[in-house]
Design a protein. Sequence first.
Length: 279
Amino acid sequence: MEELETIQQASKQPRPHKVKGKEGERTGEKHKYRVERKGNIKLPKKKFYRQRAHANPFSDHQLQYPPCPEDMDWSSHFPAHFTDGASQHKVEVADIGCGFGGLIVSLAPRLPATLMIGLEIRLQVTEYVEERIQALRQQRETENGYQNISVLRANAMKFLPNFFHKYQLSKIFFCFPDPHFKARKHKARIVSPALAAEYAYVLKPGGVLYTITDVEDLYKWMARHFDEHPLFMRLTNEELEGDLCVEVMKNDTEEGKKVSRNNGSKFIACFKRLEDPEW
């Protein structure tokens, strides 16, 4: 009886709670690791940056964004490509919802002259990609490696035109986006008629929009919305043969590797941005 009473009393004691810092950040062991390893040449450990997979795109995430693309300062993201604050290059590739950065990290040495940006809404995941890129840059400093990729914490569903000019991008990627399974959550999917129009705005004619998912319903959803948009045309399997980006998207992203380990299916649909019609 005494043992039972002890257990009951212990269960009534208030549980210690984790102290929260700013949004999405903890001040415990994980936070300590992230602070202490900054500038380390070793790659960061993913377990210290994990965050729930779902983020509400309609919430106020206290994000910073420029009022227009002209006011966006890319020099801190690509310092090796800027001289006296100016650059001959513009960002051409955007991985929307880049996760832990597998796509842009894999593409960096394959497209060394192309500036690529990963957009990620989750704070700790963005921080992981930042640390990963900085470590890779230090490891390949003599080769000037990985200077063409960076990551930005942003909500592409709200602020994409704030970062990119019309026709600026040549490639846009949606790799294993959140499927938002429930019907009432479909409005939070990264593809919709309104968003398709924004992607057409920032993607230049002849550019390609890539999508991949392991959820067939989401694959049909995305394909339907782009098929119905007059400025996108789906590319055939024959047209995609030999496309380096498709292979990287399938095999080098973290989600792509996980789906392969689980023997899952990967559904791919890619679309070419057509020329604007004559009015």
